[in-house]
Structures are given as structure tokens and as C-alpha cells.
Design a protein around this ligand. Structure first.
Ligand SMILES: NC(=O)c1ccc[n+]([C@@H]2O[C@H](COP(=O)([O-])OP(=O)(O)OC[C@H]3O[C@@H](n4cnc5c(N)ncnc54)[C@H](O)[C@@H]3O)[C@@H](O)[C@H]2O)c1
Length: 267
């Protein structure tokens, strides 16, 4: 018989269990959507999880739910675009949990407002987009480097997008930059034993994406742009994130892996 909720949860779940025991995972944008699912799955596999989000109320409610379920979780308020705020958040986590081994750079601005051509997009939106989607990754990755190095290495997973493969909007360009940054950081951090990879999700049914996109667009995307004709699920992305964080992927760095139902199948 399982003697705690955590054991029960692990037995019910089909994953390889405890891959991240004694590890600390820092998940940006961890309060909702992909980020919340990433926090839950990493916790389920034994990690202490940091729910880092600009929305502290939601971050606290996500962390509280995890703690009540028997996991180790901490909410920290953090605007990833603000270098000082990121530094303070990382210091707090190092004081609380002793260090950081896994960084998931998930926080991103992604709705229709940012999926606009450069010629029609307000400069303020453009700056906000690149501050979060690009500088956010630079800020958190650099802030985590010393603690990862001191623990013998670590893993970083960035969230790009399928939009990076057809970058005709400012959002697409920001996510193409995430792919390039993933290569640069993989080179830069290799001597510290830190691997850096990215996932390019296709259209995934998070609440925010479904609220933003017209149903007709979603239907035609699934039918005409994908070769696997179903809506992408958060679990599809979670499984790849766990793989890229785990030792099973220790020979992979600098890569961006599409998880998109075959959108687009270009060379
Ligand atoms: N949903 C999709 O179909 C899809 C597809 C491809 C890529 N993505 C990418 O996946 C990531 C997450 O998507 P989602 O659908 O879960 O998004 P979401 O909007 O539901 O959640 C994003 C989270 O990030 C937080 N956040 C926003 N700005 C922040 C900042 N400056 N600092 C810290 N936290 C901040 C928000 O508060 C929120 O909790 C994004 O990077 C997005 O571009 C999503």
C-alpha cells in the first residue's frame, strides 16, 4: 500500500519515477498553462519545484496546491525581463533549497497581440515581447549558471514555438531567436556541465491559446497544417521537457525539437 499521496501518485502515473530526486527545478511562467504542468510533472518525479511567475497570486496558488499534495514547492515573484528581479529570485531559491539543477524557460508573451508584422506593431509591444521571450532567457540562464556549475552541471530547456520555422511575425522572430540562443548557450555553458535544449510546440490547447484563437482557425490548423489531426496536448510537451531534463538525453545539447503533430515537415 502506498504510504503517502506522493507514493500513490507515482504508482498511478506511468512515468519513470524519481528521476529528479534531490534536484531543484526553476520553472518560469510556472503559475499556469505549460508552466504549471511542468511544475507538477517535475515534482511528481521527485524535484523540488520553484514556481517563478510575474503573477505572484497564481504562482502562490499553484505552489500551495503542490505543497498540499505532498510535494516540495516554492512560489517566487519574478519578471524574467528584469535582470535584478531574476537575480533576487535565484538567490532566494539558492538560500531555500541550496541550489538549482534544472531551469525551464517557459515564460513567454504569445497571444495574437504579439503575432503581428513588425510594420503594424507598436514599438512598446515589440520591446515587451523581446524583453520577455529573449532577454528573459538570457537573464535567468546567466543567473542560474554559477549554482548549476557548483552542483556539477545542470539542464536548461527553453520553450520556442513552431512559429520559429515561419518567422513572419514579431513573435515568430522572437522564437527563432530562442532557437539561436539555445545553440549559443549550449556552447557557452558546456564547460560548466550545463546542457541547453529547446522545444518548439505546435498548436497546444492551453486555456490562454484556446481563449485567444478563433475555433475556425484551430480547426483548419489541425486539418490543413498538421499531419497528426488532433489538438496538441500539454502532456505532449511535458513528456519532451522531462526527457530533455533527464540523464537519458545527456548526449543532446543545442537542439530545438518540434512537438507539433508534423507542422511543418520541412527540411
Ligand atoms: N499554447 C501554445 O499553443 C504554445 C505554442 C507554442 C509555444 N508556446 C509557448 O509556451 C509558453 C507557455 O505558453 P502557455 O500557453 O502556457 O502561456 P500562458 O499565457 O498560459 O502562461 C504564461 C505564463 O507566463 C507568465 N509570464 C508572462 N510574462 C512573464 C514575465 N515577464 N515573467 C514571468 N512570468 C511571466 C504568465 O503570468 C503566465 O503564468 C510561452 O513561451 C509560449 O510562447 C505556446
Amino acid at each position: 500500500m502506498p504510504d503517502s499521496f506522493v507514493d500513490q501518485h507515482r504508482q498511478q502515473d506511468g512515468f519513470l519515477m524519481n528521476r529528479f530526486e534531490k534536484k531543484v527545478a526553476f520553472v518560469t511562467g510556472g503559475a499556469q498553462g505549460f508552466g504549471e504542468a511542468f511544475c507538477r510533472s517535475l515534482a511528481t518525479e521527485g524535484a523540488s519545484v520553484v514556481v517563478a511567475d510575474i503573477d505572484v497570486t497564481r504562482a502562490e496558488s499553484t505552489a500551495t496546491e503542490l505543497t498540499k499534495a505532498g510535494f516540495n514547492a516554492l512560489a517566487v515573484q519574478c519578471d524574467v525581463g528584469d535582470e535584478d528581479a531574476v537575480g533576487a529570485a535565484v538567490s532566494r531559491v539558492v538560500d531555500t533549497f541550496g541550489g538549482i539543477d534544472i531551469l525551464v524557460n517557459n515564460a513567454g508573451l504569445h497571444l495574437t497581440r504579439y503575432n503581428q508584422p513588425f510594420s503594424t506593431m507598436p514599438r512598446a509591444d515589440m520591446r515587451a515581447l523581446f524583453d520577455v521571450n529573449v532577454f528573459g532567457i538570457v537573464n535567468t540562464s546567466i543567473a542560474c549558471l554559477d549554482t548549476m556549475r557548483s552542483r556539477g552541471g545542470g539542464t536548461i530547456v527553453n520553450i520556442s514555438s513552431i512559429a520559429a520555422y515561419n518567422p513572419i511575425t514579431a513573435y515568430g522572430v522572437s522564437k527563432l531567436t530562442v532557437r539561436a540562443l539555445t545553440i549559443a548557450l549550449a556552447h557557452d555553458f558546456a564547460s560548466a556541465g550545463v546542457r541547453c535544449n529547446a522545444i518548439a510546440p505546435g498548436l497546444i490547447g492551453t486555456d490562454s491559446a484556446l481563449a485567444d484563437l478563433p475555433q475556425a482557425f484551430v480547426d483548419s490548423f489541425i486539418e490543413d497544417r498538421q499531419v497528426v489531426h488532433r489538438l496538441g496536448r500539454m502532456d505532449d510537451i511535458v513528456a519532451m521537457m522531462l526527457y530533455l531534463c533527464a540523464d537519458e538525453s545527456s548526449f543532446i545539447t543545442g537542439e530545438t525539437i518540434k512537438v507539433s503533430g508534423g507542422t511543418p515537415l520541412w527540411i
